[in-house]
Design a protein around this ligand. Structure first.
Ligand code: SAH
Ligand code: SF4
Ligand code: F3S
Length: 443
């Protein structure tokens, strides 16, 4: 008889959640559970949820509902729901009422208690719902990493910015930076294994790292210290807030070959009036000044951004300013979202809510514009040199070909006799065919 117990985790939302699912998996692995991709085989199913937009919540509620028949077939199945969505007390109540088969409900603030909740439930079979007001962070949680050669490392938790549309500060609490020593130790322990070649530092606003610490360590200093570690790797980070991206950070990125040259700098809108209503604390002029500095100091930079269309009172004119900004910066990629009112945030009750039809129209127009620009950006890449990671050998008959990846995640096919997997090489991009880049290795 097979006594193996299986778990299945469904992760929604941002990289923070992807990483936190590695912590949830850590608790399960520690207890002898083994991962399965098949929900029907699972003994534990965990939903690690997101509530950034209503569409995310609706999808998750639908997926939780779909577990009901599985639970009918396997009454011993344990179902847990956690993360940003269930951190909202009204939502936790709703899940509790709507889905009687959900056994454990908890939030982001007490994620590190998952192991206790699970043990408790397995022992007493009593439903658990625990949403805490205070953030409880435990540094010593087990971790089961599932992101290949990329190691996620939290550098801070929470957000203090209160952009008027955003739910994150309410479900993640206030900014709390981790001790630099702990971060560096964690990074070093990953690099030492030789398995991790990309380290991605995580925070809602990494540029304000250290503001709450008394030791004076800034984000630029932290980047420098990590890049100084004597290993071959790439250092990435997300997300930057334009109001806090200082010159010293740009300089550290520019001067350090180990730091990724892909920068995600969400601007949200190209209209100063809308930026003010969003409480973003910068102007389009200031943003462009930062962008110009970046382009000057990091000539090969790949820039990406997030945009919200249809924020309350956004006019056609405001939206056109956003399109103009997209053209001016000429991004390598953008994410465009339709504004989604989030209960409890100031923008949800602002006058001048924009119709769904208008939001659809604007998001499509923005995505069309982005498609044109990214096509042009791909063509501009020909002749340029990018430092890439060698991902794997391609299964081709005659030629030795490899897939390599740029800092921004674009894949390039190169022909080369012998490349070491997970090493870094300089690649000159030679052509683009059917939207696929090809290149040659220089070193
Ligand atoms: N901390 C990061 C990421 C926040 S969430 C940052 O500040 O950039 C990721 C993106 O979701 C945001 O950049 C924003 O574009 C989008 N977003 C946040 N709240 C939203 C809402 N209520 N409706 C639509 N998009 C939203
Ligand atoms: Fe949300 Fe703004 Fe914080 Fe980003 S900086 S998480 S958009 S409140
Ligand atoms: Fe979603 Fe929470 Fe991330 S709301 S975007 S999972 S911080």
């Amino acid at each position: 008889m097979n006594n193996t117990k299986y778990y299945h985790i469904l992760t929604y939302g941002c990289q923070m959640n992807v990483h936190e699912s590695e912590k949830l998996a850590g608790f399960l692995e520690e207890r002898g559970y083994v991962e399965t991709q098949n929900q029907n085989q699972a003994d534990v199913i965990v939903f690690n949820t997101c509530c950034i937009r209503k569409s995310a919540e609706e999808k998750i509620l639908g997926n939780i509902g779909a577990v009901k028949p599985i639970k009918k077939l396997n009454p011993n199945l344990v179902v847990a729901v956690c993360g940003c969505m269930s951190q909202q007390p009204e939502m936790a109540d709703l899940i509790q009422k709507k889905f009687p088969f959900v056994n454990i409900i908890f939030g982001t603030h007490n994620l590190s208690k998952f192991g206790e909740f699970l043990d408790d439930f397995n022992l007493n079979h009593k439903r658990i719902k625990s949403i805490e007001d205070e953030v409880y962070i435990n540094e010593n949680v087990p971790m089961y990493r599932t992101s290949g050669y990329n190691g996620w490392v939290n550098i801070m938790y929470g957000c203090n910015n209160f952009c008027t549309y955003c739910i994150v500060p309410y479900v993640r609490g206030r900014e709390k930076s981790r001790d630099a020593k702990d971060i560096i130790e964690e990074v070093e322990s990953l690099l030492k294994t030789g398995k991790y070649k990309v380290i991605t530092l995580l925070g809602q606003n990494v540029n304000s790292y250290g503001n709450d610490l008394s030791n004076g360590i800034s984000f630029a200093m932290l980047l420098q210290k990590i890049a100084d570690l004597p290993y071959e790797f790439k250092l990435k980070f997300m997300t930057s807030h334009p109001k806090d991206l200082t010159d010293d950070v740009i300089d550290v990125i520019a001067n350090n070959p180990k730091i990724s040259k892909a920068i995600h700098l969400p601007v949200q809108s190209g209209s100063n009036r809308i930026l003010k209503l969003m409480n973003r604390k910068y102007t389009v002029e200031h943003y462009l000044e930062t962008i110009n500095k970046i382009k000057e100091k990091i000539p090969n930079v790949s820039l990406t951004s997030d945009f919200i269309v249809g924020f309350p009172t956004e006019t056609e004119e405001d939206f056109n300013m956003t399109c103009d900004l997209v053209k001016t910066v000429s991004y390598n990629g953008i994410f465009a979202f339709m504004y989604s009112p989030r209960q409890g945030t100031p923008a949800a009750t602002m006058d001048g809510q924009v119709s769904q039809e208008e939001k659809n129209k604007r998001v499509n127009a923005l995505l069309k514009l982005e498609k044109e620009i990214s096509l042009q950006k791909n063509n501009e890449m020909i002749g340029k040199v990018e430092n890439c990671i060698v991902e794997r050998k391609l299964d081709t008959k005659d030629l030795d070909c490899y897939i390599v990846k740029t800092d921004s995640g674009k894949t390039i096919i190169v022909q080369c006799n012998d490349l070491r997997e997970l090493s870094f090489v300089d690649v000159k991009i030679t052509k683009i065919e059917n939207n696929q880049l090809y290149g040659e290795v220089l070193n």
